[in-house]
Design a protein around this ligand. Structure first.
Ligand SMILES: [Zn+2]
Length: 229
């Protein structure tokens, strides 16, 4: 569920792999996973657009090696030396395919690093476009991902033009995390936590101010949702 607060180990156990890389195409054959960070010191320039409903995700660099001592000075690679596609290449191919109507958009789950050891599940996205652009004298890949409602059931086909969702900005999450002292505001539980919209987004509540976001445990999150519906 979007807006869960989880640890790195929980994330890996859910995805069934050790998430060493930031880009993981085609896990289990039905979705991909990206790790993102919007912190000022993040290694890549990820950004939110369209009032937080679109993520522009930057591709990844060559691994550092004796041949590539400074990965930030060379183009981000589409292929490895043997000719196969890199993660950039795999995501780019899928984005082009869906843009040209040859396939449905790839489903992508995004996890955001908030602080050391603390991650937030940013929910499901559709990969709809990608391109290369100049950045500090070299080419980088950019991927356009649209935040969509739910779509966690992989047996159901991708819904093209699914209702959009708005991502809670990082600084709001960090402010709420500190204000609520990393606990459910109702019972004080400190595990299975979520960022909850006090007035839901679907009822006009905003994601953009900390006053409308609080921390709830899984139980109180579900109880509240049942009351609203
Ligand atoms: Zn609770």
């Amino acid at each position: 569920m979007a807006n869960e607060i989880i640890s790195y180990l929980e994330m890996c156990s859910r995805e069934g792999v050790s998430l060493q890389r930031g880009m993981n195409f085609g896990l289990g054959g039905n979705h991909s996973v990206i790790l993102m960070s919007l912190r000022p010191n993040a290694p890549y320039q990820d950004a939110l657009q369209d009032r937080g409903t679109v993520l522009i995700y930057e591709g990844h660099d060559e691994p550092r090696s004796s041949a590539v001592p400074d990965p930030k000075s060379v183009d981000q690679p589409e292929r490895i030396s043997s000719g196969g596609l890199t993660q950039n290449g795999l995501f780019h191919q899928a984005a082009m395919g869906s843009k040209q109507g040859q396939r449905l958009p790839e489903r992508v789950r995004a996890y955001e690093k908030l602080r050391q050891g603390i991650w937030s599940y940013n929910g499901m996205f559709h990969l709809v476009d990608s391109w290369r652009q100049q950045s500090n004298g070299r080419h980088v890949f950019k991927f356009k991902l649209v935040a969509v409602e739910a779509e966690e059931d992989f047996t159901v086909p991708v819904e093209v033009d699914a209702p959009r969702r708005r991502i809670i900005p990082t600084e709001i999450k960090l402010e709420v995390w500190k204000r609520d002292r990393a606990k459910c505001v109702i019972c004080g539980a400190s595990d299975e936590l979520h960022f909850d919209h006090i007035v839901p987004y679907s009822k006009g509540g905003t994601s953009l101010v900390a006053e409308n976001i609080q921390i709830l445990c899984a139980r109180h999150n579900i109880e509240k949702r049942d009351q609203i519906q």
